[in-house]
Design a binder for this molecule. Structure first.
Ligand code: ADP
Length: 669
């Protein structure tokens, strides 16, 4: 049935209209004040205005009526000249009224109106879907930026609220195994009765989703978090009669929680899809958050275990070393004959015991070294030195052992001798390990060659599995190579020989024994020297082990000096004192720029001479070429030796100018 509102004072016209639309409802008025009440209350489909009506200004009336967009406005009479009227009216019917024309015109107008209404509805739906899509998009980008479970759930609830305008939402999750929490977001306050009901409902839902719930939730241990928008009105039980949607939050079949929303206005199917999508969206970031959390916890556990293990190894090794030294000493006494005459048999067995005790003490030393390195407690005595004596020492030491297998150790330096800044004992340790391995893994007869030469980092050749270690090198290096013609190492194992306790699968390595710690220790020691160690090899042809150490006083090592300074400055939060020379300043300036680490303090010599000058500093870079340098060195030496604890942390670097570049020459620490 169509509803008409007729605005006319002409009873004739009213009669005609009522006649034509006898099966519809026609309300008529000629009182201007009543028109808008009738529009609001009766909600007519069609308004018919008599163009001849007196006392009513048609212009504003038409404009106002058209603010009700679904109403069709028909004017009876001549088409008026006024634009406001013609613009706002939809139809015009001339008088006297042609009944058939009137009926047909209204019929077609109603059909048009029907289609327009449909279009308006779909437009509204489209706008709503677009808005929801937008919220989905924004929510998903926000979710991607977080790994905090609470924050992720908060973003999800906000997204649901924005797109679905709920009145109330309840989300259950576990902060930890024993900490279930119910997050309630509500437009209004909630009564205590409703809160109790919501808690109960959450517990029941939890138990009904999981056939065998892993954790128990009780009213008493369920924590409540309320986020209330307006504190004026209060919701009661009635909310539970609102339309509602529920979705569990599952992470790979594992229950994480659930969320339930209530709204007075019923949800549509599109709303349900949007809700499911939003809940679905949070699962992947939640999963990543869980993994990260687990990973962090495992990492902490591992670090603790690693520390405990290192401490354990260190304690046990110390405990073993003392009695072992006593055993070795006792055997030495027996072998020297001081304990009395020995038969050949006794000598044979005691020598065997001594050899094994020595081997055991080597293993213990390795274990101690690795635990010290891992704990960052390895001490180094760096000094300017040369490699040749180190190689000669190791060669002499191992010649006898090599001879037992009919092996010769050859050493050939290539090129001039260069200075390196190193701990000689540690270099001997690395080289001894390499040459011992070469002897161990060469079945019999042949030669082991040691060579040394200066190379630039750019010229180094290595298998790409060592790239990480070697690509950071810059400048000139002293390279030492130990080459054997033994059993070799398969390519796939090349890098692993430097892993802790690694003993690769070859029959000989199992036969000859060993801890698998020598090479990892060597790698760490080389790292502490700002160098590197690597190898290449061919099975049954032999292996070449290389290590490199930066050449001291080399122009290209400017970066290395900087690196050392940065490391020292970082570990001590340094204040650096500089005795001004041009190029020392350059280093400090570039450090300040690049690392923002050092506070530059210029100190006069006299200030350093005063005892107080030193106490505030943890690093001093000074011009080693200054005439007063020798005097200052002595002065600092005395101060340091007088009170080691006090100055123990102060690094003093003497820089010398060589062809316009500055180099660390000497250092006390
Ligand atoms: P180990 O005390 O077991 O020798 P290392 O760390 O020195 O421990 O060496 C680890 C492993 O690397 C050895 O067990 C061996 O399998 C392999 N390896 C080391 N040097 C050589 C070499 N020159 N030739 C063949 N294999 C080697």
């Amino acid at each position: 049935m169509t509803k008409f509102l007729l605005i006319s004072e002409d009873s004739e016209k009213e009669k005609v209209i009522k006649e034509v639309f006898s099966s519809d409802e026609v309300i008529s008025t000629n009182d201007e004040t009543m028109i808008f009440d009738a529009l609001k209350v009766e909600e007519p489909d069609i308004v018919i205005i008599d163009g001849d009506i007196q006392g009513i200004d048609l212009k504003p009336l038409c404009r106002k009526i058209k603010q009700y967009p679904v109403v069709i406005l028909l004017i009876l009479g001549e088409i008026p000249h006024n634009k406001d009227v013609t613009h706002n009216a939809n139809l015009f019917i001339k008088t006297p009224i042609d009944k058939k024309l009137l009926s047909a015109t209204i019929d077609s107008a109603l059909k048009t109106r029907q289609s327009l209404l449909k279009m308006a509805r779909s437009n509204q739906e489209l706008a709503r879907s677009l808005y929801q899509l937008n919220v989905l998009y924004n929510t998903s980008s926000q979710l991607a930026g977080s790994l905090d479970k609470d924050k992720l759930i908060k973003i999800m609830i906000e997204g649901i609220e924005k797109s679905l305008n709920f009145d109330l939402s309840c989300t259950l999750m576990f902060r930890s195994e024993r900490e279930p929490v119910l997050i309630i977001n509500s437009v209004n306050k909630i009564s205590d009765r409703l809160l109790e009901a919501l808690k109960l409902r959450a517990i029941l839902s939890y138990k009904s989703i999981l056939s065998d719930p892993p954790y128990d939730i009780k009213i008493g241990n369920l924590k409540i978090e309320k986020n209330i928008k307006h504190n004026i009105d209060e919701y009661d039980f009635s909310v539970l009669r609102y339309d509602n949607m529920f979705s569990p939050i599952m992470l790979n079949d594992e229950f994480f929680g659930f969320t339930e929303i209530y709204r007075e206005k019923p949800f549509t199917t599109e709303d349900a899809t949007c809700f499911q999508t939003l809940v679905q969206q949070v699962t992947i970031p939640l999963q990543s958050a869980s993994f990260t959390q687990e990973l962090k916890a495992t990492n902490r556990k591992l670090q603790k275990l690693e520390r405990l293990k290192s401490e354990f190894i260190s304690i046990v090794s110390h405990e073993l070393r003392t009695p072992l030294t006593a055993i070795k000493n006792a055997m030495d006494i027996i072998l020297s004959g001081k304990a009395g005459e020995m038969t050949e048999n006794i000598e044979k067995f005691v020598s065997m015991g001594k050899r094994n005790a020595t081997r055991l003490s080597g293993i213990i030393n390795d274990l101690l070294d690795i635990s010290k390195i891992e704990a960052g407690k390895m001490d180094f005595k760096f000094e300017l030195t040369h490699i040749e004596p180190v190689i000669e020492y190791v060669k002499t030491n191992l010649t006898e052992v090599a001879k037992e297998k009919n092996l010769i150790i050859k050493y050939e330096p290539i090129g001039d001798s260069v200075e390196i800044y190193a701990d000689t004992n540690r270099l001997e340790q690395v080289l001894t390990n390499l040459v011992s391995n070469a002897i161990k893994f060469t079945p019999s007869a042949g030669q082991i060659e040691i060579t040394s030469k200066v190379v630039n980092a750019r010229e180094l050749q290595y298998d790409h599995c060592f790239e990480e270690d070697i690509k950071k090198l810059q400048g000139n290096y002293l390279q030492v190579c130990v080459e054997d013609h033994g059993i070799g190492i398969e390519r796939k194992d090349l890098n692993h020989v430097f892993d802790k306790f690694a003993q690769i699968e070859n029959s000989l390595s199992r036969k000859v024994g060993g801890t698998g710690l020598g090479l990892p220790i060597a790698r760490q020691l080389m790292e502490s020297h700002n160098g590197a160690i690597w190898c290449d090899s061919e099975v049954n042809k032999g292996s070449r082990f290389y290590f490199v150490i930066p050449v001291a006083n080399d122009k290209s090592n400017f970066n290395m000096i900087k690196k050392q300074l940065i490391q020292k400055a970082r570990s001590s939060g340094t204040t650096a004192a500089v005795i001004k020379i041009k190029s020392t300043d350059e280093i400090i300036d570039s450090l300040m720029k690049e690392e923002n680490l050092l506070n530059k303090t210029y100190m006069s010599n006299s200030l350093i001479e005063k005892e107080n000058g030193l106490t505030t500093l943890s690093m001093i870079v000074m011009d080693g070429d200054k005439p007063s340098c020798e005097f200052l060195k002595k002065k600092i030496d005395t101060l340091v030796s007088q009170n080691e604890n006090r100055y123990g942390k102060c690094d003093i670097m003497f820089s010398y100018e060589i062809e316009g570049e500055v180099h660390e020459k000497d250092s006390y620490s």
